[in-house]
Design a protein around this ligand. Structure first.
Ligand SMILES: *Cc1c(COP(=O)(O)O)cnc(C)c1O
Length: 458
């Protein structure tokens, strides 16, 4: 399978190359030239998660990994997810189901992709003898998942930038307490969008990029999107492979974009519902066709506090019929604050996605409501998803809302809503006793570069 950039000016790559590079050299994102149709939809029910993962991912990896390598990587990755079902589907109410994606080592859905790509990176780097430097930007969950997945992996250094003071204490500790020499947590002055902008600057500096062997594992990395396709299939299989809707708490548009790939492969997905908090650029764009950057308003669902939604570029590329020149033009306009989506592309997007947004008070109210109705505590991101899903329920069509994090990862918001502080699961006890290791750094590209050069272990 061949991968092309959304901006049309970067080399065509295979899966391994696209995975190792992350962002394309022209600033675009990699996408497969064509999406493979999935055969054997009706054979999935009752299979172990790892087996479904192998069948879904296999067509995307092409010649990059042997079957044995891919199976081994999948088995090692998902052995670290505590629940036997890996992504259990729990019923909230008649016709409404919650897909729990938070049973991994850092309690958020990011573990599903990050654990797998760490294993794939290790295989690829062992084979080539190459050494790389991973740099990531995080609003909290990507960074903890990356540090947890890559700590101690040979031939890799990992630097994670997070917005200082704007991640939860559990998120911060998950990034600052692992003591492996190859992982480095950087607290950057600014917002997540600043971290993400600095990350793009690093990648667009080709001299630096080649000097340190820069690689990215942000949600723009195609290999992460691929890993996230799998649970749409397992959920659909559990509900009998009939037509259903998915509601996805959305920030950088990675998780929901994986849903659109699942649908393109043949999964019976009717609507994909984008759920946002008050940082609602996606909801506004799908409503008005105007994609305009506002200011980030910190919320109780911080992993969705963004204004520039990176993976949306992939959806735009499809909506514009693969017109890379048009996407390049839009992304240039975005640097000046925003762009208008063409009528044809907007219509194409609206055929794929519907959207909703909820304000803080509604999110808190939804955590309370679900507690009363089911006894379960939701994390605030999942509560945003459930609240938007409830606006879109239709009789006869099952709704699946993705629960993207464990409530214990955001205990303050949950306590504010229901007066109970959710406890960490047993495999994470001790997090609050470990010493932290973190470096403060300015929102400045030169400072970041010299820090990376100085701290690398190779
Ligand atoms: C990352 C994250 C999201 C947003 O996912 P995207 O793929 O970036 O849209 C939602 N909820 C939680 C808990 C997250 O960690």
């Amino acid at each position: 399978m061949r991968y092309v950039s959304t901006r049309g000016q970067a080399p065509v790559l295979n899966f391994e190359q696209a995975m190792l590079s992350g962002l394309a050299r022209d600033g675009g994102l990699y996408l497969p030239e064509t999406v493979p149709a999935f055969s054997g939809l009706d054979d999935l029910d009752g299979l172990p998660y790892a087996e479904v993962a192998f069948r879904v991912i296999r067509p995307f990896t092409g010649e990059s990994f042997t079957d044995a390598e891919l199976r081994g990587a999948i088995d090692r990755a998902y052995a670290r997810i505590e629940h036997a079902a890996k992504a259990p589907l729990v019923q909230l109410a008649p016709g409404h189901h919650l897909l729990e994606l938070f049973h991994g080592p850092t309690l958020a859905f990011k573990d599903f992709a990050m654990q797998l790509i760490a294993q794939l990176f290790e295989i690829a780097l062992k084979r080539s003898g190459q050494r790389i430097t991973i740099v990531g930007a995080t609003s909290g969950d990507t960074g903890s998942a990356a540090i947890e997945a890559f700590r101690g992996i040979d031939n890799v250094d990992v630097f994670i930038m997070f917005p200082h003071g704007r991640v939860s204490e559990v998120q911060r500790r998950q990034m600052t307490t692992p003591d492996a020499a190859n992982v480095h947590a950087l607290a950057v002055s600014g917002h997540f969008d600043d971290c993400q902008a600095r990350l793009k600057d690093l990648f667009n500096d080709h001299g630096f990029r080649d000097q340190v062997g820069l690689a990215g594992v942000n949600s723009i990395n195609w290999a992460r999107v691929v890993a996230q396709i799998v649970y749409y299939f397992t959920a659909a299989a559990s509900l009998g492979m009939r037509e259903m809707d998915f509601c996805v708490p959305t920030g950088n548009f990675g998780d929901i974009f994986a849903g659109s790939i699942a649908r393109a492969m043949g999964a019976p997905i009717r609507r994909l519902i984008v759920a946002t908090n008050q940082n609602d650029i996606l909801h506004r764009a799908l409503g008005s066709g105007e994609y305009r950057i506002g200011t980030v308003e910190p919320s109780i669902s911080p992993s969705m506090d963004i204004q520039v939604s990176s993976n949306f570029e992939r959806a735009l590329y499809w909506a514009y019929g693969g017109d890379a020149a048009a996407i390049t033009q839009l992304m240039d306009e975005l640097k000046q604050g925003g762009f208008t989506i063409s009528q044809g592309a907007l219509q194409a997007l609206r055929e794929q996605y519907v959207s909703g947004r909820v304000a803080e008070a509604e999110t808190l109210a939804m955590i309370r409501t679900i507690r009363e109705e089911t006894g379960e505590a939701l994390c605030p991101h999942s509560a945003v998803g459930v609240a938007v899903a409830r606006q879109h329920l239709e009789p006869g069509v099952p709704m699946v809302t993705l629960a993207t994090a464990h409530p214990a990862k955001f205990p303050d918001a949950v306590e504010q809503a229901i007066g109970i502080r959710p406890g960490l699961p047993p495999h994470m006890a001790g997090l609050f006793d470990l010493p932290e290791r973190v470096t403060r750094v300015e929102n400045d590209i030169a400072a970041l570069k010299s820090l990376i050069l100085e701290r690398r272990t190779h």
